[in-house]
Design a protein around this ligand. Structure first.
Ligand SMILES: [Cu+2]
Length: 431
C-alpha cells in the first residue's frame, strides 16, 4: 500500500536557467535538435548541457531534462575518447520507461512511473549527497528543486598489464584506475525512494542502474497469506514480497541514422579429437520486432550501418544484462529486451494507452510483426524483493540495471597508454 497518488501531469518540467555550460545554446528548439546529433556535439537548451572530460582523456557530452512522468531524460549522448577528432553519437534518448511493482499476494500492482508521476517526485539533494559534484536545479510544479547530481567517481582498475606480452622491449608494467561521469536523481514514490543513475565510464561503458531505498511500506506488514517474510520480533509481522520490474527505453543514433540489431548465440557444435568441445558463435540480424529472452551465451548489439572504426569494423554497442528476476505472469514483463519499430506514441512499457488512447498499451503489444528499421530498445530488469530484517531502516539501497558496452567503436581501448597506442600493438603481436 502506498500513500502517494499524485495528479497526472503530461507536461515536461524543463531545466532551469542554472549554470549554463559550454555547449549550451539554441534554447527551446534544441531538445528537438538533439536526436539529430551529427558528428558534432548535440545542442542543448540553456543550462541542460553536460560535458565532462575524464582523467583518462574521454569526453562524454549530453543534454538532460526532467520529465514529470519519466524522470531523468538524457538526449544527444556522445562519446569522444582520446585520439578521436570528433564526438561519436551514441544515444539520441535514454530514460526509464516503467517501474512495475506487482505484489506476490496478488493484492495490488503499481506502475510507479505512469501512475505515480515519477518525475514530479524529485527530491532535493544535499551537498553530501553529491560528493565532489554539482547539483543542478530542476523545475517541478514551477518550483526549483536542487535535484540533479553531476559528479565523477573512481571505478577501480581500468587495466593492469605487462607490455612484454605484446612484444615491447624492454617491457613495462602499465596500470590505471578508471573514472566515471555519474549522473543521478532521487525520486520519491510513496515510502520508496528510487535513485535513477547513469555512469559513463572513461572506457566507453555506460551503466544504467536504479536503486531502491526509503522505507518498507508500513501498510504491507500483512502477509497472513504466506507471501511475506517475517520482519521484527518473531513472526507476527510479515512484509509482503513483490517485484520491481524496471524498464529503460533507449534510442540509439550513430549520427548517420538508426543502427541495426543483431543477436549472437554461442553453442557447442562438436568435439575435437582431443575431446574438447567446439563452440560456434552465430549472428542473426533482427529485422522484425522482437520480444527477446536472455539465454546462456546470448547477447545483442546495436550496430552502425555506416560508421566504422579505423580497423574497418562496424561500430556497435552491446547490451550486457546480468542478474534479473523478471516477473513471469505478464507478457510485458516476461521478456528481457524488446526491440520495437519507433512510434512517437509508444512511450511507456505499460499503461501507455493512458497518454494516447489510440496507441497500444504495453511493450508486448508494440511487438506486432513490423519491420525493424528504426529500433527502440526496451530493457527489462526485474528484482524480486523478499524483505529482510536489514531492510529497516532506512532500507539499504538495492540496485538493478544493465550496461551498454562499446564493441569496435575504436580500434583499440581508448585508455591504451601512448607507448602502446601504435599499429604494431593492434592485432597479432610482433616479436
Ligand atoms: Cu521492494
Amino acid at each position: 500500500m502506498r500513500m502517494t497518488s499524485r495528479r497526472l501531469a503530461m507536461s515536461a518540467a524543463t531545466a532551469s536557467l542554472f549554470v549554463p555550460v559550454a555547449l549550451a545554446g539554441g534554447q527551446a528548439q534544441a531538445a528537438k535538435a538533439a536526436p539529430q546529433a551529427g558528428p558534432t556535439a548535440a545542442r542543448c537548451s540553456t543550462g541542460s548541457a553536460i560535458s565532462k572530460k575524464l582523467p583518462g582523456g574521454t569526453t562524454w557530452r549530453m543534454c538532460w531534462n526532467n520529465h514529470s512522468t519519466a524522470g531523468l531524460v538524457l538526449t544527444g549522448v556522445s562519446y569522444q575518447p582520446k585520439y578521436e577528432a570528433n564526438p561519436i553519437p551514441v544515444l539520441s534518448s535514454a530514460r526509464l520507461a516503467q517501474i512495475n511493482v506487482p505484489y506476490d499476494s496478488g493484492s495490488v500492482e503499481y506502475n510507479d512511473l505512469t501512475a505515480m508521476e515519477f518525475g514530479s517526485g524529485l527530491l532535493p539533494l544535499q551537498p553530501k549527497d553529491c560528493p565532489g559534484g554539482v547539483i543542478k536545479s530542476v523545475r517541478v510544479y514551477g518550483q526549483p528543486v536542487k535535484g540533479l547530481c553531476i559528479t565523477t567517481q573512481p571505478r577501480g582498475f581500468a587495466y593492469h598489464g605487462d607490455s612484454g606480452d605484446v612484444g615491447e622491449d624492454p617491457p613495462k608494467v602499465d596500470s590505471a584506475q578508471g573514472q566515471d561521469l555519474v549522473i543521478y536523481t532521487l525520486n520519491a514514490v510513496g515510502y520508496y525512494q528510487y535513485i535513477t543513475q547513469w555512469n559513463f565510464s572513461d572506457d566507453g561503458t555506460i551503466t544504467a542502474k536504479a536503486g531502491a531505498t526509503g522505507n518498507l511500506s508500513p501498510g504491507d506488514y500483512d502477509a497472513a497469506d504466506g507471501t511475506g517474510w517475517p520482519i521484527g520480533r518473531g513472526s507476527a509481522a510479515k512484509a509482503t514480497s513483490h517485484h520491481h520490474n524496471i524498464f529503460w527505453r533507449l534510442k540509439f543514433h550513430d549520427g548517420t541514422g538508426s543502427p541495426g540489431v543483431e543477436q549472437y548465440d554461442t553453442k557447442q557444435t562438436g568435439t575435437s579429437r582431443d575431446g574438447v568441445p567446439i563452440l560456434k558463435t552465430t549472428r542473426k540480424p533482427i529485422t522484425k520486432e522482437l520480444a527477446g529472452d536472455a539465454a546462456n551465451s546470448r547477447w545483442w548489439r546495436l550496430v552502425s550501418k555506416n560508421g566504422k572504426n579505423s580497423d574497418g569494423h562496424r561500430r556497435s554497442w552491446e547490451l550486457v544484462q546480468q542478474h534479473t528476476d523478471k516477473y513471469q505472469p505478464h507478457p510485458w514483463t516476461k521478456h528481457d529486451v524488446y526491440f520495437t519499430q519507433y512510434r512517437a506514441c509508444e512511450k511507456y512499457a505499460s499503461e501507455n494507452s493512458m497518454f494516447d488512447r489510440s496507441c497500444k498499451d504495453t511493450v508486448k503489444h508494440f511487438v506486432n510483426g513490423e519491420q525493424l528499421t528504426n529500433p527502440v530498445v526496451w530493457v527489462n530488469v526485474g528484482f524480486h524483493h523478499i524483505a529482510r530484517d536489514e531492510d529497516q531502516t532506512p532500507m539499504p539501497v538495492h540496485w538493478q540495471g544493465f550496461q551498454i558496452v562499446p564493441r569496435d567503436v575504436t580500434a583499440m581501448s581508448p585508455l591504451t597508454p601512448g607507448h602502446l597506442h601504435k599499429p604494431r600493438y593492434n592485432g597479432e603481436p610482433e616479436f
